[in-house]
Design a protein around this ligand. Structure first.
Ligand code: AMP
Ligand code: GLY
Length: 418
């Protein structure tokens, strides 16, 4: 099977890595890709938001499966265009991707499906905003209704800051604060059958100790040794399956990757957010542990045959990923700086640790940073402590002027103090 992956982040590098190891994949293409993906796949230039252009490229390449990585093309309807061209596509329709594209829509689906989530108000005027902030009190949780690359959410005790963010949003969701550890659980679905993957934990804040601003994610690990063994089944029953059933009932079935961002509160599991695609950086650790070849699973989701699949097989290993970000990320990042030490990781740490590229590009002489999250170093090991050690050893070999990374990814889980 020839596979075309759309996107160019560390998530797509992880997807391409798994697909390149799948004996059923005869050719791997990616658009636009990045410097790291270019070592695994043939890269192409395409406007990833232009569904017709993606479909034309897929047809020209003879792709039997298109995998759409990021949310923006999904919300734009790229998966619809590819399917209309008669090519199997992993990724939801524009209608179903609204689960991520509009927080208000997601709340509406959850209410209809009886899925537990934070109580919330959708506000469009200053008066509504003040009323909602007053109703919930601090800490305030204020979310831009639309896509914001992980940066549209402000959680703060400062009423003036909450109000300022809410007024800047236009349409805004203000909700109850959820206490408790966060878990990301992904499920692959064809619109009817729902296949949960292994849970992971993401680190959203920029700085150690969960300080600093929200980011797209600074690191992740899997499995979660502290989590209840019934967690995945519970989330399947109370969150994932009802949501998939509700979207099918509405005539807009969701096929692709359903990402549930969850808070494990003292009153039970609550959905913080849904995404309509693999999470980044959680994908890096989840796929590091998946033993079942990936292409067949994604194709079964695209073709509606997930029910026929054998149960997924998982490695007993633990995996940790650490994101290396540019100077000033999540503010406007500085780009164009050379990255060195990548070869040392290959020479010293492979196969247990490896670099997945995100914001990188090649010149003849060097690999340069080209985005906020530049790369993520992923490592596996018999337990989290060993995986962590390997990941940080590899991070230590990489040099990027002005870059920063968190030093506490998976630290509490490895020490059993979550
Ligand atoms: P989201 O983009 O909705 O995932 O929000 C980004 C981050 O903000 C989440 O990962 C949480 O850490 C935090 N957050 C969002 N909603 C809530 C909430 N209702 N209560 C507490 N923290 C939240
Ligand atoms: N890791 C958070 C996200 O992918 O949205």
């Amino acid at each position: 099977m020839k596979v075309l992956v759309i996107g160019g982040g560390a998530r797509e590098h992880a997807l391409c890595r798994s697909l390149s190891l799948d004996p059923d994949v005869s050719a791997l293409h990616c658009a636009p890709g990045n410097a790291g993906i270019g070592e695994l796949a043939e890269l192409h230039t395409v406007d990833a938001l232009d569904g017709d252009a993606v479909a034309v490229l897929a047809r020209r390449l003879g792709a039997g499966l298109v995998v759409v990585g990021p949310e923006a093309p999904l919300v734009e309807g790229v998966a619809d265009a590819v399917r209309e061209a008669g090519i199997a596509c992993f990724g939801p329709s524009a209608e179903a991707a609204r689960l991520e594209g509009s927080k208000a829509f997601a709340k509406d689906v959850m209410a209809a499906a009886g899925v537990p989530t934070a109580r919330s108000y959708v506000c469009t005027t200053a008066a509504e905003i003040d009323e909602a902030l007053d109703a919930f009190g601090a800490p305030y949780v204020v979310k831009d209704d639309g896509l914001a690359a992980g940066k549209g959410v402000v959680v703060t005790d400062d009423l003036a800051a909450a109000r300022e963010h809410a007024l800047a949003c236009g349409r805004v969701v203000i909700e109850e604060y959820l206490d408790g550890p966060e878990v990301s659980l992904f499920a692959i679905t064809d619109g009817t059958t729902v296949l949960p993957l292994q849970p992971a934990q993401d680190f959203k804040r920029a700085l150690d100790g969960d300080e600093g601003p929200n980011t797209g994610g600074m690191g992740a690990y899997s499995p979660l040794p502290w989590a209840d063994s019934g967690l995945v089944d519970e989330v399947l029953r109370t969150v994932l399956q009802p949501t998939v059933d509700e979207l099918r009932r509405r005539g807009t079935p969701f096929s692709g990757l359903l990402y549930a961002g969850l808070a494990l509160t003292s009153r039970g599991v609550r959905v913080i957010e849904f995404n309509a695609r693999f999470g980044d950086p959680e994908t890096q650790v989840v796929l590091a542990r998946l033993r079942t070849p990936l292409a067949g699973v994604l194709l079964a989701a695209a073709e509606g045959t997930l029910a026929d699949l054998e149960p997924l097989r998982w490695s007993e290993d633990a995996a940790v990923t650490v994101v290396v970000a540019s100077h000033n990320y999540p503010g406007t990042p500085r780009t164009g700086d050379p990255i060195t030490g990548l070869d040392e990781v290959v020479q010293n740490d492979a196969p247990h640790a490896y670099v997945l590229h995100a914001g990188t590009r090649h010149t003849d002489a060097a690999v340069l940073s080209s985005g906020g999250r530049v790369l993520s170093v992923t490592a596996t090991g018999p337990d989290l402590a060993r995986a962590r050690e390997r990941a940080y050893t590899a991070v230590g070999r990489i040099h990027l002027d002005g870059s920063h990374h968190r030093t506490d990814i998976a630290a509490k889980a490895a020490a059993d103090t979550v």
